[in-house]
Write a protein that binds this ligand. Structure first.
Ligand code: AHG
Ligand code: MN
Ligand code: MN
Length: 303
């Protein structure tokens, strides 16, 4: 097994160390901030808080040269570059608070992280690692770092697997996360009348075979598929042919994680990781899960 990349490890140490602080900050930050993000969406106080905390924590990691966030129009250069000219430095793209509309309804949310060894926008093939934190009944972190996928439980306090002074206790609860062979759940975003006909027909078949699990936060819904097997999609819509989710900091990291677990991803015709972006906020239709279900989707859309 390859030696862990120290910069990747340091990024996820920083993400784990901030998770309890973000979680504790949520009760007081359910209100709108009064601003819109580069995708034109309402930004909540929780989005702003998570973005600023993670920008500071990740910008301080030696080996991180630039930082991209759902909440910021452009990449920001940060001091952690390795070489003189910043060569060798990684670019980190984050969704600081995924599913923040669940703040009001008190449902699951998360943080998504992609670590690229190329300037952004880049394809998912330039990812060296990806992960997500899930703020559910407990806080977990799933990390794919090129040598498999692990799941950690993150708690306040010291001890566990985390280093003593990080203020968090980290326990690896699964060091080889793989998709269950038998799929059991599905979750599809958007409204049925807005789905293209071919997707709606595929969804009708899937609905007859599996149980619906859709909670309105990609990280929570993907974690259902990661845990129980199945398929998650936020498909192309009639009025939004690129779907809703952003490639750099939602679709690519999730696709990298699910493909690292033996699953598959698709934009409708090919792996998400092969999608060539123009900008860091490009949207893409996202479908991920068990390979057989993603293959069936691509056949249905190709019909
Ligand atoms: P974000 O809160 O980071 O903007 O992400 C929200 C996304 C994603 O988490 C979820 O899959 C999707 O929005 C849900 O969209 P709908 O509200 O249309 O279901
Ligand atoms: Mn999101
Ligand atoms: Mn978000």
């Amino acid at each position: 097994m390859a030696e862990p990349d120290p910069v990747v490890e340091a990024v996820f140490d920083a993400v784990a160390a901030t998770a309890p602080t973000i979680r504790d900050a949520l009760p007081g930050r359910r209100v709108e901030s009064g601003t819109e993000n580069p995708s034109g969406e309402t930004v909540l106080a929780g989005d702003v808080y998570a973005d600023e905390l993670l920008a500071e924590a990740l910008g301080a990691v030696e080996g991180v040269g630039s930082f991209v966030s759902e909440e910021r129009p452009e990449a920001i250069e940060v001091g952690g570059a390795v070489g003189e000219g910043g060569e060798g430095a990684y670019a980190v793209a984050i969704d600081p608070l995924d599913g923040s509309s669940n703040l009001r309804s008190n449902n699951a949310m998360g943080t998504v992280v992609g670590i690229y060894d190329a300037p952004l926008p880049a394809t998912g093939r330039d990812l060296v690692a990806a992960g997500y934190v899930l703020y559910g009944p407990i806080t977990t972190m799933v990390v794919a770092d090129g040598s498999g996928v692990r799941e950690e439980v993150i708690e306040r306090g010291n001890g566990g697997d985390g280093d003593a002074d990080s203020g968090v206790a980290r326990s690896v609860v699964d060091d080889d996360l793989t998709l269950p062979d038998e799929p059991t759940v599905y979750g599809f975003g958007g409204r049925v009348p807005d789905w293209p006909d071919a997707f709606r027909e595929y969804a009708r078949e899937i609905e007859d075979e599996f149980k619906l699990r859709y909670g309105g936060a990609m990280v929570g819904d993907v974690n259902q598929v990661v845990t129980y097997g199945g398929v998650f999609a936020y498909p192309a819509l009639s009025d939004a042919p690129d779907g809703k989710l952003r490639l750099s900091f939602e679709a690519n990291p999730i696709a990298y994680i699910v493909e690292s677990m033996g699953g598959a991803s698709s934009d409708g015709s090919k792996s998400i990781l092969d999608v060539e972006p123009d900008g860091i906020h490009d949207r893409v239709p996202l479908h991920v899960g068990n390979e057989e279900l993603v293959d069936r989707l691509e056949s249905a859309l190709d019909g």
